[in-house]
Design a binder for this molecule. Structure first.
Ligand SMILES: [Ca+2]
Ligand SMILES: [Ca+2]
Length: 121
C-alpha cells in the first residue's frame, strides 16, 4: 500500500492496520505528521521529505525491513513499544533531528540511526 501526499501540511494516521506487504508513505514537502498506531506490516518505508516533520510509531510490528527518512528540516521521530523483525534504518536527514525511544522497542536485527539527539527516558 502506497500513500503519496503533496507539498502541504499532511497528516497520516493508521490504527489497527494490518498488511502482509509493505506500507510506503511519502508525505512530500510541508510540516507533516505520520502516526502509526497498533498496526502490523511486512515492511515499512516512510519518507517525510522536507519540512519539520513528526512521526510516531506506537505498539506496531514490522516483520521485515523498516526504513524511515525524515529529510531536511528539524524532525522528530518517536518509537514506542514496537518490534522490528529485521534491520531498522532511521535517518533524520539534514538539520537538527531528534529520535525518542520510549517504552520497550525490540530491534531483532539492529537499529541503524542518524540523528543529532537520541533520547531514552
Ligand atoms: Ca506534505
Ligand atoms: Ca531532518
Amino acid at each position: 500500500m502506497k500513500v503519496v501526499l503533496g507539498s502541504r501540511r499532511d497528516r497520516v494516521f493508521t490504527n489497527g492496520l494490518w498488511l502482509s506487504d509493505a506500507l510506503i508513505v511519502n508525505t512530500g514537502l510541508g510540516n507533516d505528521n505520520v502516526h502509526v498506531q497498533s498496526s502490523q506490516f511486512g515492511k515499512l518505508k516512510i519518507d517525510t521529505g522536507g519540512g519539520s516533520d513528526s512521526m510516531l510509531i506506537d505498539s506496531t510490528t514490522v516483520d521485515r525491513r523498516s526504513r524511515i527518512f525524515a529529510g531536511w528540516g528539524n524532525d522528530t521521530v518517536t518509537l514506542r513499544d514496537s518490534t522490528f523483525g529485521r534491520k531498522a534504518i532511521l535517518e533524520g536527514g539534514m538539520d537538527d533531528d531528534t529520535l525518542h525511544l520510549l517504552g520497550v522497542n525490540l530491534f531483532n536485527k539492529g537499529l541503524e540511526e542518524d540523528f543529532e539527539q537520541v533520547l531514552e527516558p
